[in-house]
Design a protein around this ligand. Structure first.
Ligand code: NAD
Ligand code: GLY
Length: 371
């Protein structure tokens, strides 16, 4: 089945850019850069990736860049969140120095959120900022991390504590690369997809509700996948265009993340991966919103249905330390003036920032999902 390519523009003063979504477009990256004049002046490109992704897609990207006349070099960093560090960043700077990147050169991030965030931060800071091209290879990166300009690395004492806003010049999405993505990565990113349906896009929510299963690529038809990528990109683009630096509105993208981060941290990042924890956070945030009379039990049930279709966890193991989760909420990066900034759904397709959520209310609802 052929699926039409789609373009979404992130509208920003003087820095608008496109997210292009097209099957088999990876091989056309170089010609697209030439067409848009990106990197033309210095002709130098640094591709940053990891060994798994590079094995699958490195050759296609490099051939595309050299066929288009670019001098490209690649840096392969070890895979995984634990390598999202100052040490890896230093390696990107070293590669930039060795390849003599100039102000008009490009960094291409070929990977998921880890590679995208690190390469983005390197691009934000090398020579006080050079152009970044995001080529996301995970579902999470396609719908979220490659869009919107948040870049950074982890500090040994906290995730994403070091970073900068640095918008890419282009986000180049080839959905074909999802065919090699491990099933758990696909499934957990579905939590973020459902998130957009709940907080912003009711039509997306309904599209998802009409699908039997959302947990594996093979159950999601190409045209539905294209709609998911398009609608999520559009949702994120609209939110970022209205509030680039997270003054207020952009915080709704953290729906499910407050409790999710706390669960991830209390279970030492071993039991659940990020999307799974966000899914659990959405279960709790929805239940709290029902308790506060902000949204209906019926809407909560519909959200639960999507979480079930994505085969995301909905319960916590007995013995989990709920006090530790509650305590961890107050150390979350989203704390402002001592209050946890909680995102609560108000209807399918809308959410708001609330300071009415007490740790006791969170604990009450956590208790309900302990098995
Ligand atoms: P990831 O980058 O670690 O990738 C997940 C795994 O999938 C890795 O092992 C990777 O090697 C593998 N992989 C990637 N693409 C593949 C492919 N096409 N085929 C086979 N294997 C592939 O994880 P992620 O979920 O993409 O990103 C998580 C990171 O994103 C976190 O560090 C998080 O903080 C960050 N993030 C950033 C933002 C933002 O706005 N900047 C938003 C959300 C998350
Ligand atoms: N992923 C949250 C944001 O981009 O703001």
């Amino acid at each position: 089945m052929s699926v039409h390519p789609a373009t979404v523009t992130v509208e920003l003063p003087n820095r608008s850019y496109n997210i292009e979504i097209a099957h088999h477009c990876l091989k056309d990256l170089g010609s697209k850069l030439v067409e848009t004049g990106l990197g033309k002046k210095s002709n130098k490109v640094l591709v940053v990736s990891n060994p798994v992704i590079y094995k699958y897609y490195g050759e296609t990207v490099n051939a595309s860049l050299s066929d288009a006349g670019f001098s490209s070099t690649s840096l392969i960093l070890p895979a995984g969140e634990r390598f999202k560090t100052a040490n890896s960043l230093q390696k990107i700077y070293d590669a930039a120095l060795n390849h003599r990147l100039e102000r008009s050169s490009l960094i291409v991030a070929l990977g998921g959120g880890v590679i995208g965030d690190m390469s983005g931060y390197a691009a934000a800071t090398w020579l006080r900022g050079i152009d970044l091209i995001q080529v996301p290879t995970t579902l999470l990166a396609m719908v979220d991390s490659a869009i919107g300009g948040k870049t950074g690395i982890n500090h040994p004492h906290g995730k994403n504590l070091i970073g900068a806003f640095h918008q890419p010049r282009l986000v180049w999405v080839d959905p074909e690369v999802l065919k090699t993505l491990p099933a758990r990565e696909f499934r957990s990113a579905m939590a973020e997809v459902i998130k957009y349906g709940v907080i912003w896009d009711r039509d997306l929510f309904e599209l998802l509700a009409n699908c039997d299963r959302l947990d594996q690529l093979r159950y999601v038809k190409p045209d539905l996948l294209q709609s998911i990528l398009y609608r999520c990109a559009k949702a994120k683009a609209e939110i970022v265009s209205k509030d680039e630096k997270e003054g207020n509105l952009r915080a709704i993208l953290n729906y499910g993340h407050t409790v999710g981060h706390a669960i991830e941290s209390v279970t030492n990042y071993r039991l659940y991966n990020h999307g799974e924890a966000v899914g659990l956070g959405m279960v709790i945030a929805g239940a709290i919103a029902v308790d506060l009379g902000l949204w209906t039990q019926q809407d909560q049930d519909q959200q639960m249905l999507l979480i079930t279709k994505a085969r995301l966890p909905q319960t916590l193991p007995s013995g989990i330390d709920l006090d530790a989760i509650a305590a961890s909420l107050s150390t979350d990066k989203k704390v402002e003036a001592g209050k946890v900034r909680f995102i609560l759904p108000t209807a399918i397709g809308s959410a708001e920032l609330s300071d009415r959520v007490t740790t006791e209310l969170v604990k009450q609802n956590l208790r309900k999902i302990v098995t």
